[in-house]
Design a protein around this ligand. Structure first.
Ligand SMILES: Nc1ncnc2c1ncn2[C@@H]1O[C@H](COP(=O)(O)OP(=O)(O)OP(=O)(O)O)[C@@H](O)[C@H]1O
Ligand SMILES: [Mg+2]
Length: 506
């Protein structure tokens, strides 16, 4: 038994998977009414520790005390019953069921006859949605929601259990700023009610804003716990990566060449209109804007994933027709999509297969044999460069930590050796150390004369890496700004919110 000021005490937790010791004897203590951040690099063991706690996979050894009582041999249903619920990093909605059915799955209210009481279920759903300020029809199907909304439903579901301790594993990775604010106000409300929250995120500003305490893990080991207000960015980073990172955006200045890609008056049916811009060789064009500004739609159209209504695209001065991703590839354009969980990863395949997949032709020799050796070398090279944490490249990708899965996709597109590389939120969910590595790689590619278009919702990333910044608002380009001037985040936001424009209105 332990003192009762803590709702949760995890002691000396060890978790091994075949070939991997994910947790090497770690602690975590959470107080009542506390928002406690859990931090660490990709693969540090954060999600694994949470999965032990919620009963998804029991720890190999170590003890867990909840409200002073030792809890053991339990599953997720039992964890929920005693008051622990979790919002998972990987969304797993039942897509063709309604919001209500997703929230109450397996615990639907029943009529006297034992049938699902739909009317009651819809009412209950409305009530939970109200708690998180979400105005959606409970009957709406999950597949009709944006990823951000799906994540909000996941949050509603976790709250609906009335848990005493809620685990949030990167809940904001797909949320807009407005929704993040909403989530934070819900979290503060829960805290006032005396509930405890474990909060996992790679966004340091969020940690400083919302958490009371921070516990840090590295490589399956417990590093320490501090009050957040006694912590600063440098100290936190040092605890996470074990060294100082002095350069967050290692942008190397390089000569900028001729215009490589020129887009004129591109429009689609409804998301954006008359979008014109160009990218030069060796240039990084940042694309800023609020979620919903049409940035993703523009580049997906450019890549042939969506139908264009009008407009012209030129590469090296010649008009090209890109009507499919295959056309894009022929023109040496690569795209790292934003929604990697749903569009990019093949969970049952290995790291190796996921990495070379966009690139098969490159490894098929004249004899039509697959050049396994060369492919292996290349994949291993990228695993090293961007520090993908995996026991070997033949591990199934679904066994990697969330951030490391994303790194594999980054590697996939870098391996295609494109001339025009389009990156949509390239470092979302990726830890600070690896972020700097990916930035370094992007910068190197620009140095080799490649043209890069990078969409990012993180202004420091956009401002730290781009040569020029294109800003979009509601489907229109409001500015294309030379980043070498003294631009402030505030000015950029004026363009992003449509309050400023440096271009004639088209
Ligand atoms: N089911 C599994 N089988 C084998 N190895 C696993 C499994 N789940 C996790 N691991 C390994 O355990 C280690 C810790 O992974 P975990 O998902 O806990 O990291 P994380 O801290 O949550 O990282 P991220 O920030 O990327 O989400 C990783 O090396 C991962 O590959
Ligand atoms: Mg994780």
């Amino acid at each position: 038994m332990t003192e009762n000021k803590n709702i949760l005490e995890m002691k000396d937790i060890v978790k091994t998977f075949p070939g991997v010791k994910a947790l090497k004897g770690v602690d975590l203590n959470i107080g009542y009414g506390e928002i406690h951040a859990v931090m660490g690099e990709n693969g540090a063991g954060k999600s694994t520790l949470m999965k032990c706690l919620i009963g998804i996979h029991p720890q190999t050894s170590g003890q867990i005390y909840f409200e002073g009582k030792l809890i053991e041999n339990y599953n997720t249903a039992e964890a929920l019953k005693i008051g622990i619920s979790m919002i998972h990093q990987e969304l797993n909605p039942v897509e063709f069921r309604s919001i209500a059915e997703n929230i109450w799955l397996g615990r639907e209210p029943k009529t006297k006859l034992g049938l699902v009481d739909h009317k009651k279920m819809y009412e209950m759903t409305k009530e939970v949605l109200k708690k998180i300020d979400l105005n959606e029809d409970p009957k709406k199907l999950m597949v009709d929601l944006t990823v951000a909304k799906m994540q909000m439903i996941e949050i509603a579901k976790a709250i609906s259990y009335n848990a005493k301790l809620i685990i949030m594993d990167e809940p904001t990775s797909a949320l807009t700023n407005k929704e993040i604010k909403q989530l934070f106000s819900i979290m503060r409300k829960l805290k006032e009610e005396g509930k405890s929250i474990i909060y996992i995120s790679h966004k340091l500003d969020e940690i400083f804003e919302i958490s009371d305490k921070v516990s840090v893990y590295r490589d399956g080991k417990y590093i320490g716990t501090e009050d957040t207000d006694k912590m600063d960015t440098a100290k936190l980073i040092k605890m996470m990566v074990g060294r100082d990172i002095d350069e967050m955006f290692p942008k190397v200045e390089c000569p900028i060449g001729d215009i490589k890609l020129e887009v004129s008056k591109l429009s689609d049916r409804s998301h954006f209109k008359n979008v014109s811009f160009n990218v030069r060789k060796g240039e990084i064009l940042g694309v800023a804007g609020l979620v919903g500004a049409g940035r993703t739609e523009v580049i997906e159209t450019l890549f042939g994933l969506r139908t264009r209504m009008s407009g012209q695209v030129k590469i090296d001065g010649k008009e090209v027709m890109i009507n499919s991703p295959q056309d894009a590839k022929v023109n040496k354009i690569a795209l790292l999509t934003e929604d990697r969980r749903l569009n990019g990863i093949f969970p049952m395949l290995t790291v190796f297969q996921n990495a070379f997949m966009a690139n098969i032709d490159k490894y098929v020799k004249k004899s039509k044999l697959f050049d396994h050796k060369k492919a292996t070398e290349d994949v291993n090279k990228f695993v090293d460069i961007i520090k993908i944490k995996t026991p070997n490249i033949y591990q199934k990708i679904e066994n990697l930590s969330g951030g490391n899965q994303q790194k594999v996709l980054v590697a996939r597109w870098l391996m295609t050796e494109p001339e025009i590389l389009i990156l949509d939120e390239p470092t979302r969910g990726i830890d600070v150390g690896a972020k700097a590595e990916i930035h370094r790689l992007i910068s190197t590619l620009a140095g080799q004369g490649k043209s890069i278009i990078m969409i990012s919702s993180e202004l420091p990333e956009i401002m730290g890496m781009s040569d020029r910044i294109m800003v979009m608002h509601e489907g229109k380009v409001t500015g294309i700004i030379d980043n070498h001037k003294d631009l402030t985040q505030e000015e950029l936001m004026l363009y992003a919110t449509g309050q400023a424009t440096s271009l004639p209105n088209n």
